[in-house]
Design a protein around this ligand. Sequence first.
Ligand code: SF4
Ligand code: SF4
Length: 163
Amino acid sequence: MIKQAIPKDYCLSCVGCCRFSEQDSVWLPCLLNEETQELLKKNFPPLLISQEKKIHSLPNPKHNNFVCSFFQLKDNKCAIYAFRPFECRIYPFLINRKADKVFLAVDLRCTFVKENLENQKFKEYIRYLNNFFNSPARIKILKNNPQIIQIYKDVLNLAELNL
Ligand code: SF4
Ligand code: SF4
């Protein structure tokens, strides 16, 4: 179980996550292989998942953007929160590829990150996450799931991962 950096209540009052400016945004959650199987076993329609193992987005009827297929507009919550994808659990952190290197990175657009990047407690969390990802078990997960290593813009690379 991965420790969370941001209090749940903070995120519930924010409109930053689960919404995307483009239908095929790189920011759409990408599933680990086992997560794809889990969702299919729970009888979620395969059509919700793309060939690249990304959850599809839907047009947002309230705004000129798109939302994750599992996002509930009525209460701002995730319909699969208890078993949401690994990528959603680690956000605003992500795995970023730059040239031939792979980094633990953070999305600088997240409000909580903007407010806390220089905060000591947040820096301790970054050290925790760096150790978490550089463990042999997590490196193996990343090697087995190259789809979650993507190229993102506007992120801050925090530490290189030893892939
Ligand atoms: S953008 Fe940051 S603060 Fe806002 S919901 Fe997402 S993780 Fe939480
Ligand atoms: S799976 Fe849940 S947490 Fe992840 S983007 Fe979709 S609605 Fe948000």
